[in-house]
Design a binder for this molecule. Structure first.
Ligand SMILES: NC(=O)c1ccc[n+]([C@@H]2O[C@H](COP(=O)([O-])OP(=O)(O)OC[C@H]3O[C@@H](n4cnc5c(N)ncnc54)[C@H](OP(=O)(O)O)[C@@H]3O)[C@@H](O)[C@H]2O)c1
Length: 319
């Protein structure tokens, strides 16, 4: 399978390393890499591991035509308010009969139903396991292992920065100390607002609901409040009572609608949603036939994001 990588940052470079490691068993070939500021590299016969970059291709269409790949891997920067430019990149790939794998939650949060239908009309695959929980099985779990089960709702602690901030305040630090710790871990936006005001969680909530519940919403339709009003005093008082706070994403099917919200919730320390710490994440599914079950990811990193993309690529070959 020939791959055209759109974006060559942390996630795409980790994917390239993983593909190189697994080359004997999974002979994928990268035939093009397109970036914003670092130019474009193309060789339809396959690029070397340290590819030479030339001038940037004039458009995504020109890049995809030159790379002559059968799958586009979309790993560009997330724009949480629009989902672009990833949505346009994905459409351009579908228009050329290419499969698409992405780790970008923007397209799922803003345009999932349209993109799913466009992929079906083009007869190509569209996979995105790493978009919500860094490669831990969510979408493929539902695709492959839950025949006949209806998803009634979900609850998840999906934002790492907010956990790091709350834990710092529990240890006696300030809100800003927590944000600095999250920044040092490389898991937060430059100003941190996107995470602590709940917009990262809202985008993940919309993405999950659009894919798994056909909710057809955008992040703006998720009722969202972040953790910005929490103080160290309040957090420490709760800790003395055996409680903590987590930024929780919830979805609930109510008739034909899906109600979605993100809130800083006070939870018992032993609540499973409160039990994961730092960059770890947990997502619980409420169902009709399988009760409640979930996925937990302990200390995921960019290597796990790369694995989610790799697993999607292998899944396309086996589809
Ligand atoms: N890193 C993770 O662990 C992780 C986890 C889950 C999901 N994701 C998602 O994966 C995606 C990539 O994340 P990342 O951490 O790899 O980001 P990153 O390090 O910031 O890299 C983004 C890449 O996208 C390129 N790019 C931006 N706009 C572009 C455009 N219009 N055309 C072509 N290329 C463009 C950039 O080009 P330049 O190099 O020229 O700037 C850069 O190579 C994001 O959507 C992110 O939300 C990442």
């Amino acid at each position: 399978m020939k791959l055209a990588l759109i974006g060559y940052g942390n996630a795409a470079r980790a994917l390239a390393r993983l593909l190189a490691r697994k080359r004997r068993d999974f002979p994928f070939r990268i035939t093009g890499i397109h970036t914003l500021r670092h130019g474009t590299a193309v060789d339809p016969a396959g690029l070397p591991d340290d590819p030479p970059f030339g001038p940037r291709a004039p458009s995504i269409e020109a890049f995809l035509d030159a790379a002559r790949a059968n799958t586009a891997v979309e790993l560009t920067t997330l724009d949480p308010s629009t989902g672009e430019p990833a949505i346009s990149h994905i459409r351009a790939a579908f228009a050329r009969g290419m499969h698409v794998v992405t780790a970008n939650k923007g397209p799922l949060a803003h345009a999932y139903a349209d993109l799913r239908d466009a992929a079906a009309a083009a007869g190509v695959g569209f996979r995105f396991e790493s978009a919500a929980m860094d490669g831990a099985p969510i979408f493929n779990l539902w695709r492959h292992t839950m025949p006949g089960v209806k998803l009634l709702g979900f609850a998840g602690a999906l934002n790492s920065t907010s956990k790091v901030v709350i834990e710092a305040m529990e240890r006696g630090g300030s809100f800003e100390d927590g944000l600095a710790a999250a920044r040092a871990l490389g898991i937060t936006e430059a100003d941190g607002a996107y995470d602590v005001e709940g917009w990262d969680s809202a985008a993940k909530t919309a993405a999950l609901a659009n894919v798994l519940m056909d909710a057809r919403v955008t992040p703006a339709q998720v009722s969202t409040r972040g953790i910005t009003r929490l103080t160290p005093e309040r957090v420490q008082e709760m800790a003395r009572q055996g409680k903590t706070v987590r930024l929780i994403s919830r979805a609930k099917r109510t008739g034909a609608q899906v109600a979605l919200r993100v809130r800083a919730e006070v939870l018992d320390r032993c609540d499973i949603l409160a039990a994961v710490r730092g960059t770890s994440n947990v997502l619980l599914f409420h169902t009709d036939l399988m009760g409640t079950f979930g996925t937990v990811s302990i200390d995921p990193g960019v290597e796990q994001t790369a694995y989610g993309v790799f697993g999607d690529l292998v899944g396309l070959i086996n589809a």
